[in-house]
Design a protein around this ligand. Sequence first.
Ligand code: TEU
Ligand code: CA
Length: 565
Amino acid sequence: MEKIQRAWWKEAAVYQIYPRSFCDSNGDGIGDLNGILQKLDYIQGLGVDVLWLNPIYDSPNVDNGYDIRDYRAILAEFGTMEDFDRLLEAVHRRGMRLVMDLVVNHTSDQHPWFLASRSDRNGPMRDYYIWKDPKPDGGPPNNWGGCFGGPAWTYDKDTGQYYLHLFTPEQPDLNWENPAVRDAVFDMMDFWFQRGIDGFRMDVISMISKGGYADGPLRADGLYGDYTGQCANGPRVHEYLREMNRRVLSRYDCMTVGENAAVTPELACQYAGFDRGELNMVFHFELMDVDGGETRRWELEHPWKLTDIKGVMTRWQTLLDGRAWNTLFWGNHDQPRPVSRFGDDSTEESRVRSAKMLAVCLYLMQGTPYIYQGEELGMTNTHFTSIDSINDVQTRNAYRERTERLGVSHEDMMGVINYNSREHARTPMHWTAGRNAGFTDGEPWIALNPNYPYINAQSQVDDPDSVYHFYRRLLAVRKGSDTLLYGHYRLLLPDSEEIYAYTRTLNGKEILVVCNFTGKEVRWNLPDGWTHGEILISNYDGAGAGNVLRPFEAFALRRGGQSET
Ligand code: TEU
Ligand code: CA
């Protein structure tokens, strides 16, 4: 018998909440902590175990909370520390856990550390951030461009130096080489663990150790150099994470997930290896990049192939097995809506069918599922006609840079924004068919997707055939099966551009997962030995037997005569 290394965070499913867009309890148009509190029954009903909240700390909101002004205070729009404690208590009372976003690659430029740092070249906090002298010609220290447009360096004329910001100028990078910075961060993490939280999702944590400051290779847009080679997976990143683990994480029964840009499966086994004393798991970007959605985000064409998805997932499933733990996600607050991107939202029938199919395909693999709010309803991309209606700083900056400096037309740019902007994920959650989808009694901070009258939680909770109920059943099936939780993954039909099929195997037990990624009927044959299998879940009635898969058909089958116990 193969021994299973159990952990609660391996068996859990995570529900990601973007608090600003989840539920507004006081009519100011902005989602808040009391709004989340009101929806805990709904969340628990889905069968998830962990809530991950995007940043709720005090922030000037240049990047919706990813620019933190005070790590120990709640953003006033979201509520108070008392509201937070009440929410945490209610989550725990329900047997669920709560994970916070940890944003410590950078702070807001309004953080007292940065105000002090920028005020005095010789002051004690100067080295909290990364300051460099200008080049002899007065220009920035190197050619790096920021992830959200413009150069990665901003000049401070009072002190005559440039500071580094991998994102916007309002998000200066902390200098992790300074032990005082690490002390301050670890202290702050401890503050939240003492309040009772259950873990952290760590924003761009693979970037905290900078390896050098030479010019980078020119990016595809030709405007700036790419910093990834020197900033991602830098020389001291594992040392820092081990120190964090030793000093903070190891003292709590917590879960951690790093957001690791430019991580490979090999590197993931270092960041999240079972014996490494760093993190529990990492988010990689390879699935989000099968259509060029990350590395070529604003290019006009974004075709993808099923064999590329299989290639990515199979490598991660195989190389991490027994060594580290996978995260499973089709989207998050930085991505367009998965059913619009990888499924088919063109008709109601295909939307529902393909949303369910995508869930079967991914969440029955080995790893912890992360479900982004609204995905369980099959929420779709919306439609933007003007850049002025868009709030997201990345999208706005990209629009400006590409129309003004690269000559891209308004129509082309809106076309790619309508495919790929992170704004699609940030439209408010659909609760009801009523005014503002029940998100707010006031004026929503961001326009709703107009399809809420027919895609909303209320109607789906009442409908056993809904995407919501399908997610609920799927998570229950996963949780009830050690084979699905811990089994080994093996890909079938590697060359098919239509069918994704794989097995999960553990101690002689076997489950087959089959998904038709197309909106057409596809001929296929059940592999030998599966004809008397038991259907664990299916998005059609009575599926699986014939030699045709119906449009977006998906099911999981347990080998005949086997049971879980
Ligand atoms: O995102 C990090 C990141 O790599 C982003 O560049 C992401 O890939 C981008 O949105 C898509 O091109 C994290 C957060 O998830 C994001 O919301 C923040 O804006 C960013 O860090 C800065 O804190
Ligand atoms: Ca509010």
